[in-house]
Design a protein around this ligand. Structure first.
Ligand code: ADP
Length: 182
């Protein structure tokens, strides 16, 4: 089975692939941060480890980021020039506004990239690790939100969704099938 899927959305494309986001060479990578911006485990820990202390220096100056919002720092030693830090919702019951917050986390990351003139960026699967958002539901939100954004804004050319595990990649693939995109 292929571990990379490409979908055209107007003049842009969405790439879904299995891998490690810290190795991505898109102009920006998105971090699934927590609202203190003080680092953590999962993808956050990996980004700070690979990117080095400059990223944390800037995070300290910024101070914090509420759930659903996004902020930007240097990419430090990463291949990506920038890191966009966004904060997803912590999954509680599904009735605490989680879907709306997750949608805004993707939207605000894309809007910040666009504002900075960034043409390519990579997302991890926000909130589906420590924050416990069910992957299948989260994958629908991610794909719907990214494709809606690319349909109505023209500057971003490529959005990569990087899934760390094979299983996560399979689930995304099923969602894309259900949505009739592949
Ligand atoms: P959250 O707190 O938003 O749930 P996590 O970092 O715990 O964030 O998990 C989000 C997703 O990121 C999970 O699917 C996890 O497997 C994945 N992940 C962890 N490390 C990496 C990495 N280096 N590259 C891409 N994804 C990663």
């Amino acid at each position: 089975m292929s571990d990379k899927i490409e979908i055209d959305v107007k003049s842009a494309k969405i790439v879904i692939e299995q891998g490690d986001i810290t190795k991505q060479a898109t102009e920006a990578i998105v971090n699934a941060a927590n609202s203190s911006l003080r680092g953590g485990g999962g993808v956050d820990g990996a980004i700070h480890r690979t990117g080095g202390p400059k990223i944390m220096e800037e995070c300290r100056k910024i101070g914090g980021c509420p759930a659903g919002e996004a902020v930007i720092t240097t990419g430090g030693n990463l291949k990506a020039k920038y890191v966009i830090h966004t904060v997803g919702p912590i999954w509680r019951s599904g009735k605490a506004g989680e879907e709306e917050i997750l949608t805004r986390a993707y939207q605000n990351s894309l809007a910040l990239a666009q504002k900075k003139g960034i043409r390519s960026l990579s997302f991890p699967s926000i909130s589906t690790g420590a924050y416990g958002y069910p992957l299948r539901e989260a994958s629908k939100v991610a794909i719907n939100t990214i494709s809606a954004y690319l349909k109505s804004h023209r500057k971003i050319e490529k959005v990569v969704v990087v899934l760390f595990s094979d299983n996560d990649f399979q689930v995304y693939q099923e969602t894309l099938k259900e949505m009739g995109l592949i």
